[in-house]
Each structure stands twice: as structure tokens, then as C-alpha cells.
Design a protein around this ligand. Structure first.
Ligand SMILES: [Zn+2]
Length: 307
């Protein structure tokens, strides 16, 4: 299966602060091969997952940017559902270390038979949080009234085999595997190197940035990202309010994407002041030349195919 098919963002909700008639509290499931990264489950995340056709067992890791309610009030339901469904795998939860008390309360909000394998992974500074077949998960501190971390998921760079070059140099069958493992193989009496029959294949990158005011960390997180999911709470007409509250305007979100060289920009976390989210996309379009997706409830947004 191609990576573009198995890597996508499922939008659970797009509302900042409070849900509205049209918008659920924000929340996102990033499907990444056999992994499922749940970001910032707001209220109702459990039901939104159901409506999106995803199961609790699809969640393999949870990342909380900060402990404002719209980013974490769905945790009790998710944690209890992991237990109820007897999800067998370990589920690490990454969260700002300064909010450890909040995490405890959310994890133990009410009576339930606690049998999920949850690992608490406080984030106390910038750096790598986890590595695995999915690549590297790292975090950087953002700028918000309460401690907030953005996340970046980066697959290591690899090499793409070129079938016509392989054929031309007579590398076939099991020799291809040998070449990939060892770096060289003898074919038709000649030493063939991996570089001769392959080209660099950049690893895919997804970044998740919210909540934050304008900051360098947001750009670093999004550097070269194929998919950037970023808060776009306000418009430029509310720039002062955005700065005070530690939020971004759609224009700022777009400029971050431009500076970082992002491919597909996903705007979300919309203020209830703007019932029609199209205005965010319109504003962003003046500041970013790449593809802009204005997130909608239950939308599935593919990680763009590899370059
Ligand atoms: Zn916040």
C-alpha cells in the first residue's frame, strides 16, 4: 500500500473554546500506517471517533498540546473507552509536564475499571519524545498563556529504487534485497552500488501546532512539513486580540507555513465569532502559495503523496 493511502488526518472537531451548533470541540486523529496519533481530544472526541469510523483501538499514542479545556476535556472518555474496549497495546500520553495534576484528574475523572496500558510521558522541554517504525516524534514549546507544546512527526529519509536502472544493470530477484541491505551487490560480474539504482526519498513529515502566538518554534516544527495542522483562531482584523490571547490569525498561520516550506496547510481551531470558516482560507491564501484546507468536522485529509 502506498504511504499516501495509509496516512491521513481525520478531523474530529474544529472549534476553539466552545463547541457550536456546527462545530465540535477540536480533536484530530492522524493515521500513520499502523499507528494512530490522537491530538488534543476536546469534549465529544469519543463520539466523533465513532462517527469518523475509527475505533479506540486505532489510537496508539496521544499528544496533548496544553491543558485548556478545548484540548483535553475529551481525555476522560477516551481513556475509559480504551479500558472498556480492552485495547491491548500500550498507549503513551505526551503532555506538558507542568500540567501533571490536570492529567491525573482527567485520567481518573470517575469510577471505571482501569485496565488500559497507558504510559504517562510528561514533556518538559524541546526535543525527541519517541522513535519507532513511524519515525521520530518531537516537541517544541510554543507561546501561549499556559505551557503549550507543538509536535512534529518525521519519517527518516530513505531511498527509492529505480526499476529501469536495476534492469539496465542486471540486478534482479534476491540481489535487490541484498543491495538494499548491504549497499552493493555483484551483478553480471560488475559491482553495483545502491546510489546507482536508487534516488533519495525524503521522509514524510507532519506537524501539529496549537495553541500559540507567533513564534520561531512553530516554524521549526513545521519545517518542510508535508502536512501542517495549525491553529487559525482569528483573522487579521482581530490581530490585537490574537496576540493578547496567544493565538494566531489565519494570515500568521499561512506565513508560518510559507516560512517553513509547508506543502499542505490545514487550518483549524476557529473562533465562534466566525461561523463561516471559509474566511480563514481566504485570508490565508494571500500569504501562502501551497494547498490550503479549511478543516471541517469528520473530514479526512491525506498526507500529500511523497515528492
Ligand atoms: Zn489554549
Amino acid at each position: 500500500m502506498g504511504a499516501s493511502v495509509s496516512r491521513e488526518l481525520i478531523v474530529l472537531g474544529t472549534a476553539s473554546q466552545v463547541p457550536t451548533r456546527q462545530r465540535a470541540h477540536n480533536g484530530y486523529l492522524l493515521r500513520w500506517d499502523d499507528q494512530g496519533f490522537l491530538f488534543d481530544p476536546g469534549e465529544g472526541a469519543q463520539r466523533q471517533l465513532l462517527l469518523a469510523g475509527a475505533a479506540a483501538s486505532d489510537i496508539t499514542r496521544i499528544c496533548v498540546t496544553h491543558f485548556h479545556g478545548d484540548h483535553c476535556l475529551g481525555l476522560p472518555g477516551i481513556v475509559q473507552r480504551l479500558s472498556l474496549d480492552r485495547v491491548p497495546h500500550e498507549v503513551p500520553i505526551h503532555f506538558p509536564g507542568s500540567g501533571a495534576d490536570f492529567l491525573q484528574r482527567l485520567r481518573h475523572a470517575s469510577h471505571f475499571h482501569d485496565q488500559a496500558r497507558i504510559t504517562e510521558c510528561p514533556v518538559d522541554g524541546d526535543g525527541v519524545l519517541a522513535t519507532g517504525p513511524f519515525g521520530t516524534l518531537s516537541a517544541r514549546r510554543l507561546r501561549h498563556p499556559v505551557e503549550s507544546f507543538g509536535y512534529r512527526l518525521a519519517e527518516p529519509d530513505g531511498r527509492r529504487m529505480l526499476p529501469e536502472r536495476l534492469a539496465a544493470l542486471g540486478v534482479r530477484g534476491p540481489d535487490v534485497g541484498v543491495l538494499q541491505r548491504v549497499g552493493t551487490v555483484v551483478a553480471d560480474g560488475r559491482l553495483v552500488s545502491l546510489e546507482e539504482v536508487s534516488e533519495p526519498r525524503p521522509g514524510q513529515v507532519a506537524a501539529f501546532v496549537m495553541d500559540t502566538g507567533w513564534c520561531e518554534a512553530a516554524i521549526r516544527l513545521a519545517e518542510g512539513a508535508d502536512l501542517l495542522v495549525i491553529e487559525s483562531t482569528f483573522l487579521e482584523t482581530e490581530a490585537e486580540l490574537a496576540a493578547e490571547a496567544g493565538h494566531l490569525t489565519a494570515a500568521q498561520a499561512a506565513r508560518i507555513a510559507t516560512e517553513a516550506g509547508v506543502r499542505r496547510l490545514v487550518l483549524t481551531h476557529f473562533s465562534q465569532r466566525h461561523p463561516n470558516a471559509a474566511v480563514f482560507g481566504d485570508e490565508a491564501a494571500a500569504h501562502f502559495d501551497g494547498e490550503i484546507v479549511v478543516a471541517e468536522e469528520l473530514a479526512r485529509i491525506a498526507v500529500p503523496p511523497r515528492r
